[in-house]
Design a protein around this ligand. Structure first.
Ligand SMILES: [Zn+2]
Length: 275
C-alpha cells in the first residue's frame, strides 16, 4: 500500500475527512483469528482505540487505514471496500415503499397524481447514480499493452468530469479528476482511466476515499512507476444546505512512486493539469 493523501485541502467541512473501516477490521481480524489485543499491539494502538474503531468510530486519517490493512494482511482497498459492498437484500418494493414513507414524513401525499410514480423514478435514478458497485475497476484495467515502443513518459488524462454522491448526505459531489501514471512495463487504453473514475464515483463516497481508490486500482492493475490523482469537486451538501457556501472546491490528491519521490515528476503533473 503506497497511496496516501499527501495534501487535503478542506474548506469548511472537516467531517468529510471521515473514513469508516470498523466492520471490515472486525471481520478481517476474526477471519485470521487475531485478538483485539494482538491487533492493538501490531498497529501500536491502545486496546481501547481498536475497540472504538471496530465499534464504528470513524477513522479520520488515511495512515490509520494503511496501518490496519498492513497488520491484517489485506489491501487497504479491501478494508475500505467491505463496508460498501454489503449485499443489498432489500426488495425493490421495499425500496419504493421507503420513498413513500419519506414523502409522507416531509408532509406530502404520496398518492397524489404528481407523486404516484415518483418512488419508482427515484429508485431508478439512484440505481443509475450508484451503478458503480457492479463494476470491478481492476478488471476494467486488466487489458494492458506492452507494445508501446519504449514509451516511458507520463500518461495523463485530465479534466475527467465525474458525478458522485457523498456518503454522509447522499447529495451530489460533482467535479473533475486528473489521473496520471508513469508506465512500468504496461499501459492501458487511456479511456479506461475515465471508466475507473466512474466505477468508483458512482458509489456513495467521501472524496478522499474516491481519490485513493482510483490511485490504488491503477497501482494494483498496472504496477506503474508512479500514480498521481487529483480531484476537485463541489459538494452540494455544502452549497445547498448547512453552511450554504457555493463555489467551494474540495481538493484531494494521491501520489505514489516517482510522483511521490521525484519533485520534478510531481511538479510536471501539477503543471500539466494547470495547477
Ligand atoms: Zn455530504
Amino acid at each position: 500500500m503506497t497511496a496516501e493523501i499527501v495534501e487535503t485541502v478542506f474548506v469548511e467541512n472537516s467531517s468529510l475527512q471521515e473514513i469508516k473501516i470498523g466492520t471490515a477490521v472486525k471481520r478481517a481480524r476474526e477471519a485470521i483469528g487475531m485478538t483485539q489485543a494482538e491487533l492493538a499491539n501490531k498497529t501500536n494502538k491502545s486496546l481501547d482505540t481498536v475497540k472504538k474503531i471496530e465499534s464504528g468510530l470513524r477513522v479520520t486519517q488515511w495512515t490509520v487505514v494503511a496501518e490496519f490493512s498492513h497488520a491484517l494482511g489485506i489491501s487497504a482497498d479491501d478494508l475500505l471496500g467491505i463496508e460498501t459492498q454489503i449485499p443489498n437484500r432489500t426488495t425493490r418494493n421495499q425500496a419504493e415503499q421507503a420513498v413513500r414513507t419519506l414523502l409522507s414524513y416531509f408532509g406530502e401525499n404520496p398518492s397524489r397524481e404528481g407523486l404516484v410514480d415518483t418512488p419508482r423514478r427515484f429508485v431508478d435514478a439512484y440505481q443509475e447514480f450508484l451503478a458503480g458497485y457492479a463494476d470491478d475497476p481492476v478488471s476494467i484495467l486488466s487489458r494492458t499493452f506492452e507494445e508501446v515502443e519504449g514509451y516511458q513518459d507520463i500518461v495523463l488524462m485530465r479534466d475527467i468530469r465525474f458525478e458522485s454522491h457523498c456518503e454522509h448526505h447522499i447529495q451530489p459531489m460533482i467535479g473533475t479528476a486528473h489521473v496520471a501514471y508513469l508506465p512500468g512495463a504496461r499501459v492501458v487504453g487511456i479511456s479506461k482511466l475515465a471508466r475507473v473514475v466512474d466505477a468508483f464515483a458512482r458509489r456513495l463516497q467521501s472524496q478522499e476515499t474516491l481519490t485513493n481508490q482510483i490511485a490504488n486500482a491503477i497501482e494494483t492493475a498496472l504496477q506503474p512507476r508512479g500514480v498521481a490523482v487529483l480531484l476537485e469537486a463541489e459538494h452540494q451538501c455544502i452549497s445547498t444546505r448547512g453552511i450554504h457556501k457555493t463555489g467551494v472546491a474540495c481538493v484531494t490528491r494521491a501520489v505514489t512512486g516517482e510522483f511521490q519521490t521525484d519533485t520534478k515528476a510531481e511538479e510536471r503533473f501539477m503543471r500539466l493539469i494547470g495547477k
